[in-house]
Design a protein around this ligand. Structure first.
Ligand SMILES: [Fe+2]
Length: 465
């Protein structure tokens, strides 16, 4: 029922006055300020664990056609939890379900004591949509739906995200959402590492924001992250005994395949997803903890046994660094020769907070293509060498990648936070030895360079932070 005119009039007048006032307010609010690393103000508890399961994330099993794993978080009071699983149907009656017991491990942080749970589901049917939920303390999560990988020759769409790391809720969220909008058929998401920034014991809010940024993709897709240097912390910092120690969040937050390299068992792994073998390396352990040779030998064995036509390597630190004054010698000496010899198709990297793509040392060869990208807010500057050896390159740009594998063709797109095409190519050929590269330049936006002399904090070696 509508109000009689006299009663509506004062509201209309108020609304008109408010609309007229907007332009004056917008001018005042438009100022750019240094933004804190999270949206959580000092002294506010935003991400305390509770009896309700949160931080629920699915990851591929070694054979993603027959299994996946799930990690989730609850309050410390939840000592044991289970996952329930059925083949997804259209009725709300979920019927008899399989129960999988989780393994649990506690972790203390700035948001209080938490319990992290991990359930590994195996024996599944390929290309099948499963509904599942996880248990809290007298509670359940919503039913999630995750599809197992299909046969090796089925087309696959996957997403790649460079470092998220800073201001995850504020500025990574839009990139993840645009990626999902552009590629709603994606089944798998790969992450370059440096998912968060802080050291151990002070990063739980950042992890909470990472899950907010990833949102429903955490369970609609299976997620495979590489560890970055920011997933480690420094023990005995600024002393001769200083060394990297893996943060407590990493092994608890993701349920990843336990098939890693000797010496980097918790942080390297591989899996097969629909015609592609994905090998995830730990660059920090290779560079700072002396495992480069062991990881290279493991990489070589893992690639030699690849029954699939395609392969992707994922590592945080780049083989060819596009940032000034960075050079990861141990990776280039130990890992690079294996990537080249085994003709890995894509080497997906991060760490340098710019974008750059290049071939290996033999530019005539189509593969590997070495990519460095960044999803998050922190933006560095390109080195002169990167401008010479890489194309395209970008500064001051939040990006994501869509990779489509279909038969003899790998189609690659790099898109900006607003969805604009920045880089594209195809790799074609039935076998690694016959692959050719085809640049796609149509529709790309112009190259982007940093237009600022310094960041708001005054750093001239960075573009934004
Ligand atoms: Fe990094």
């Amino acid at each position: 029922m509508t109000h009689p005119l006299p009663a509506r009039l004062p509201r209309l007048l108020l609304l008109s006055a408010a609309l007229l006032a907007i332009p004056a307010c917008a001018g005042v609010a438009g100022e750019t300020r240094v933004e804190p690393n999270t949206l959580v103000p000092e002294g506010v508890m935003r991400y305390a664990p509770s009896v309700f399961p949160d931080r629920i994330v699915a990851s591929p099993a070694q054979d993603a056609a027959t299994g996946f794993s799930v990690a989730w978080r609850t309050a410390a009071s939840v000592e044991a939890a289970v996952l329930e699983l059925v083949i997804a149907g259209d009725s709300p009656d979920m019927g008899p379900r399989r129960r999988v017991a989780a393994r649990s491990a506690s972790l203390d942080g700035e948001n209080g004591a938490a319990q992290f749970h991990r359930a590994e589901v195996d024996g599944l049917q390929p290309d099948t949509l499963y509904a599942w939920r996880v248990q809290g303390g007298g509670t359940w999560s919503p039913w999630m739906q995750t599809r197992t990988a299909a046969a090796a020759d089925a087309p696959l769409t996957l997403l790649y995200f460079g470092d998220t790391q800073n201001k995850n809720a504020s500025l990574s969220t839009r990139v993840l959402r645009e990626a999902h909008r552009q590629a709603p058929d994606a089944r798998l998401a790969l992450f370059a590492g440096d998912l968060v920034s802080g050291g151990d014991g002070e990063d739980d809010n950042e992890w909470g924001e990472w899950f907010d940024a990833v949102g429903p993709l955490a369970t609609m897709l299976v997620n495979a992250p590489a560890p970055g240097n920011h997933e480690y912390w420094e023990e005995f910092e600024d002393t001769p005994q200083e060394r990297r120690v893996l943060g407590g969040h990493w092994p608890r937050t993701f349920a990843l395949p336990a098939n890693g390299a000797p010496g980097a068992e918790q942080t390297s792994y591989w899996f097969d997803y629909q015609g592609v073998r994905v090998v995830v390396l730990d660059g920090t352990s290779a560079l700072d903890l002396g495992t480069a040779a062991a990881q290279a030998a493991w990489l070589d064995r893992t690639l030699a046994a690849n029954p699939h036509p395609w392969s992707i390597a994922l590592i945080h630190q780049p083989m060819f660094s596009p940032r000034q004054d960075r050079d990861n010698v141990a990776l280039r000496e130990q890992v690079l020769p294996v990537l080249e010899r085994r003709r890995v198709d894509l080497v997906l990297q991060g760490h340098d907070h710019v974008y750059g793509r290049r071939p290996g040392e033999d530019a005539a060869r189509a593969t590997p293509q070495y990519l460095v990208s960044v999803t998050g807010a922190k933006q560095y500057r390109l080195s002169d060498g990167a401008r010479r050896d890489m194309a395209p390159t970008a500064e001051d740009t939040q990006l994501f990648q869509i990779i489509r594998l279909d038969g003899d063709t790998l189609h690659y797109e790099s898109r900006t936070a607003t969805g604009r095409l920045y880089d594209a190519f195809e790799i074609r050929g039935a076998t690694p030895a016959t692959r050719t590269l085809h640049e796609i330049t149509e529709g790309r936006i112009a190259p982007r360079d940093c237009a600022r002399d310094a960041t708001l904090k005054g750093r001239a070696d960075r573009c934004w932070e």
